[in-house]
Design a protein around this ligand. Sequence first.
Ligand SMILES: Nc1ncnc2c1ncn2[C@@H]1O[C@H](COP(=O)(O)OP(=O)(O)OP(=O)(O)O)[C@@H](O)[C@H]1O
Ligand SMILES: [Mg+2]
Length: 460
Amino acid sequence: MADEDSKTMTAPALRARAPSSRFVEVVSPGTPSPFRAREGVVRIGREDGNEIVIRDPFVSRCHLEIRIFPHGVEAVDLDTKNGTHFQGARIRELALKDEVSLILGKQVTIRVRVGDDAKAHRPDPTGSELVGNSPPMERLRAALGRLSPSPLTVLIEGETGTGKEVLARSIHALSPRSNKPFVVFDCAAVSPNLIASELFGHLKGAYTGAVSSSEGAFRHAHTGTLFLDEVGELPLELQPALLRALEARQVKPVGSESYQAVDVRVVAATNRSLEAEVEAGRFRKDLLFRLAVGRLKVPPLRARAEDIPELARHFAANLGGTLAPAVLDALSVQPWPGNVRELRNAVERAVMLAGGAGCLVTSLDDDLDFDDPPEGSSRADTLAPGSLVPPPELLAMQFQDAKQVAVDTFEREYLLKLFEAAGYNLSQAARVSGVHRRYLRELFKKHGLDTTALRALKNR
Ligand SMILES: Nc1ncnc2c1ncn2[C@@H]1O[C@H](COP(=O)(O)OP(=O)(O)OP(=O)(O)O)[C@@H](O)[C@H]1O
Ligand SMILES: [Mg+2]
């Protein structure tokens, strides 16, 4: 079992410390956005109370800990029945760096990425260079070639998992700043009351817990590129400061009276429509114009299905595996609502289940036995005004916590209504929602909803 010392190093206990620039990001099934931590222990297991809960029968109640130390990061399997596997081998402890995939129990793949905002990043050696030669990708490459060498601010738009970060890294790599820092700042991952300090820095004592001064992402990126991910999440009250940083190339650290000059090229990304955010009064129009001097739209994977075989081969080759033609065909006809990230996860899982490096994947396991692609999903922007006004209980919580509660509540209600409307048929529900059937099943599991029991209830 895990030793108790490590268990006491929880993130909440250390929250008052100045944030570290190293972070760990965990992508797990059923969780739409990565879980990010900068310190302490991230616990993963089937039971509530873990930072990441995975409702899978082969995952133990407390399965894995990811321990973040000043000198490094390690994954520790908590003496589980079905184990944790890395590249086909069962592990007890594993030092983590860059990006790895781990299998928990028999079938759950998680990806763990160790990054450092303060360090210059080269294009990801684990294989995130831009793959794909479809006409939309070729157009994107041409635009990349034109925009990258310039100092222009660029806004990258696209659905989740389409490769916006890969593109941002490519812009940096193709720019004259390529040997300077590339700093990622995820506006959605930092609690709103810390964003100003993490972006612009702070002076020692500027607020409770600011035990030392900090440079902030802009100054870390000085002479290089700052990638502002999920820029649509930036609180309205911080937007003027960002506008000023972009226009005057100056930032004012929290607690300071004076501005400091910065030489930073900004690339921003969003999976929202910023025009719609402007309409809704949540995003400043002048900031949108300032960010979108250069604008790149990454098409969803379903709009460039011809890229799927090449991408799939690329991801399999990263793990030393090969995909049989039938597997490539099967992958090519899926809708991939989670785009390239979902494809990557599916391929890596298939390679690992087939034995890892040196294997030939000849078929996809049952869970990858996809349903028919949805027949064109439509998006209705038809919510009644005010229907998403948060209740007072949520307003009393920290934004990230409130958002989590709201998303969980929405997901559960959505699943129940969707299932009912689809006549309690999972395939039909997948078609209507445009969500992959496997992912939908995971969502039901995550919310403790038993589809068989729901179906039986309806017949009573
Ligand atoms: N064209 C591509 N070539 C190779 N790998 C890609 C490509 N596009 C995406 N990927 C891979 O897919 C995964 C998701 O890409 P990325 O993180 O850039 O997506 P994103 O658009 O930033 O997603 P999100 O909106 O969820 O943050 C990464 O593992 C990345 O390496
Ligand atoms: Mg991203």
